[in-house]
Design a protein. Structure first.
Length: 347
């Protein structure tokens, strides 16, 4: 049985070459070929001894992501890719060319089990978690595209389909690899992880001492509504989620971002703005207001622009940092899971 080598980190690659009777430094060279030079096969790895290249090719494959669909926004700034893996599973990865650099949105699972009622990723349930290699493959696919223009991936948000804190080990391995010199050498500060609020794993992440930015999907300022929108709230209610966010901020000295989708007539009134303010008061936090991307399968709408700015102004007037997310790629349905759903339904 051939084994996929893509996604193995330096210690694992070192073990592979040592098991083949070669010195440790060959592991580092192999890592650089895979993750820095994006080698597609072992034969091109021309600073490795020919015997090693042959042995590697006998036992291992290099499995990267294969694009099966793509969409580009009219302004050319947002591109969305449906990327497939060896078993045929596909996930969405989005490239956003922002004024501050190239940001990518990476998926952590195929589908999602959280059941949030506004989200397209969860409609077809969860298929499986992704490996670190598959998350890295999404990243490298886009990094290679950008390299053709002399650019690179500058920031990563783990905010695509899936719940990253329910795929903890793989996501952490991926984050650590992004940071390694033999890979993209990214600073942890340019990596954001978004969670629906898996409380025990927020604490666990805080203990890792990695200064990654934590983003928590809140979407409602009180339990009844949040449970309706996000079933996970029945397990981990608001007060516990916000407490975990507070402690994450205190331990890591990183500002926690709370995502708050604005849905017309559902969570955008004055009372809710007040409750949200009270909930977050005194916390090193900011609120990212996201006018909902209407999902074909559900009947939610965006509030009118005046209502959005009213909500944002209420928060800032009450000393809660708030921004309204810049709309990107609306014309290509950048909302989670919509390209994949189309693809699934057309089959
Ligand atoms: N499971 C994680 C990460 C994936 S969802 C989480 O819940 O955070 C990434 C973000 O996109 C979340 O804030 C999610 O609530 C939001 N989102 C999902 N569907 C959306 C929609 N239709 N419009 C706007 N944002 C949406």
């Amino acid at each position: 049985m051939m084994e996929n080598i893509f996604g193995k980190n330096l210690p694992e690659l070192t073990e592979v070459v040592q098991a083949m009777g070669l010195p440790k430094f060959r592991g580092k060279q192999l890592a650089e070929w895979l993750y820095k030079k994006s080698a597609a096969d072992f034969h091109s790895m021309n600073n490795l001894p020919k015997g090693l290249r042959e042995k590697l090719a006998e036992s291992y494959t290099i499995e990267r992501a294969v694009p099966s669909a793509q969409l580009h926004s009219a302004d050319g700034k947002t591109s969305k890719f449906l990327l497939s893996f060896a078993d045929g599973a596909g996930v969405e990865t989005v490239l956003m060319r922002q004024p501050y650099g190239n940001s990518i949105c990476v998926s952590s699972q195929v589908g999602c089990s959280m059941g949030c009622c506004f989200c397209a990723s969860t409609l077809h349930g969860m298929v499986r978690s992704l490996t670190a290699g598959e998350m890295l493959a999404q990243t490298m696919y886009i990094n290679d595209l950008l390299a053709e223009e002399g650019q690179k991936v500058d920031t990563v948000v783990i905010m695509g389909s899936g719940e990253p804190l329910l795929n903890y080990e793989n996501v952490l391995k991926y984050i650590r690899m992004l940071h390694e010199d033999y890979c993209l050498g990214m600073s942890y500060r340019s990596i954001t992880l978004s969670t629906s609020g898996i409380v025990p794993n927020i604490y666990r992440l805080a203990q890792e001492e990695l200064p990654v930015t934590l983003s928590i999907s809140l979407h409602a300022p009180e339990d009844a509504l949040r449970s309706e929108l996000m079933p996970v709230n029945m397990k981990y209610p608001l007060a516990e989620v916000v407490k975990a966010g507070r402690e994450y901020g205190e331990l890591t000295h990183r500002r926690v971002t709370y995502e708050y989708i604005l849905i017309d007539g559902v969570n955008d009134n004055l009372r809710q703005a007040k409750e949200l303010t009270a909930l977050l008061r005194g916390q090193l936090a900011s609120v990212n207001l996201i006018p909902i991307n209407p999902v074909a399968e559900r009947n939610w709408q965006r509030p009118a622009p005046e209502r959005i700015s009213f909500f944002a102004r209420y928060l800032t007037d009450h000393h809660i940092t708030a921004t309204v997310r810049r709309e990107m790629g609306n014309d290509i349905q950048a909302a989670c899971g919509q390209l994949r759903n189309k693809h699934l339904e057309s089959r």
